[in-house]
Write a protein that binds this ligand. Structure first.
Ligand SMILES: [Zn+2]
Length: 281
């Protein structure tokens, strides 16, 4: 091996024009060209990437000596930002930050400290918060999603009611269905907002989620459960963990197992209502 390398170096040395040892070899010239291309700034916006200088690609010299390019890791972040922008979460990210979360009441203090602890915990797994509407669940989950996004994670926002309706409508078109559901299974961080958004009957009783919703939730949750640490999931829901156990033990069990350290359920109660309290203030 060593002899081979020495022989190669000798060939390269001999290739240089005689009497001009400082002139670059063909390989050096290619590398310089490649470096120059990498130094050129691109025009992509939204996110300032020091790696690719906002071109979205990184050039390198391949084994065959040709300049090739690969996609920069910032493209996943850009795609994620675009998704969040398109989903409408963009405006929420500025609004629903940790700083803006009012954590005076014990419940809100607990919610905030759990979220902060979760973000510090490298093995944090999933984050679940269920129960009482208006307690600030979406606010705290959006703040977590925003922080993960700032850390460069690809985050996908799923507003359950809207996206589940869209996906269920494609149930007879396998390709379309797969196209819609695949990213929800594979994105590194998925934030499901308002899982099984409840529908109330005339008497104000909460209806059970329909079988279509239950099976869709299981399909997504189970894929992410199997993905292990690559399937981080943040969930807000009006259903507590106990409620979910009654809706579908298989889905609830998987959520609980992944989120057990960060699994908050808020019991009903008027004083728990964050929006109500804020309006009075
Ligand atoms: Zn980049």
């Amino acid at each position: 091996m060593e002899t081979k390398l020495t022989a190669m170096r000798e060939i390269l040395r001999q290739r240089r024009p005689a009497g001009n040892r400082s002139a670059p070899s063909f390989e050096e010239h290619t590398q310089h060209q490649c470096d120059a291309m990498n130094k050129t700034a691109g025009e992509l916006e939204d996110y300032d990437c020091p790696k690719c200088k906002n071109k979205g690609v990184i050039y390198f010299v391949g084994e065959d000596g040709e300049i090739k390019c690969r996609e920069c890791s910032c493209m996943a972040i850009r795609a994620s930002m675009a998704r969040i922008r398109n989903s409408g979460l963009q405006n929420l990210l500025d609004l629903y930050t940790f700083d803006r979360f009012e954590a005076e009441a014990p419940l809100q203090r607990l919610m905030k400290s759990s979220a902060e602890k979760y973000l510090e915990d490298e093995n944090g797994g999933w984050f679940f918060i269920g129960g009482q509407s208006g307690a600030g669940k979406s606010h705290i989950c959006t703040a977590i999603a925003g922080e993960l996004l700032r850390r460069g994670k690809a985050v996908r926002y799923m507003l359950w009611k809207d996206e589940s309706t869209k996906i269920k409508a494609t149930i007879n078109d396998e390709d379309k269905y797969d196209r819609l559901i695949a990213p929800l299974k594979t994105v590194p961080v998925l934030y499901i907002d308002d899982l099984f958004k409840p529908v109330y009957d005339d008497r104000g009783m909460r209806r059970q989620p329909n079988p279509g919703d239950i099976s869709l939730a299981f399909e997504i949750i189970n894929s992410r459960y199997i993905a292990g640490p690559r399937g981080t999931t943040i969930i807000s829901s009006e259903w507590t963990m106990n409620d979910l156990q009654r809706v579908d033990p298989a889905t609830a069990g998987r959520i609980f197992q992944r989120a057990q350290n960060y699994c908050l359920s808020i019991a009903p109660g008027k004083d728990r209502n964050y929006r109500l309290r804020r309006r009075k203030a």
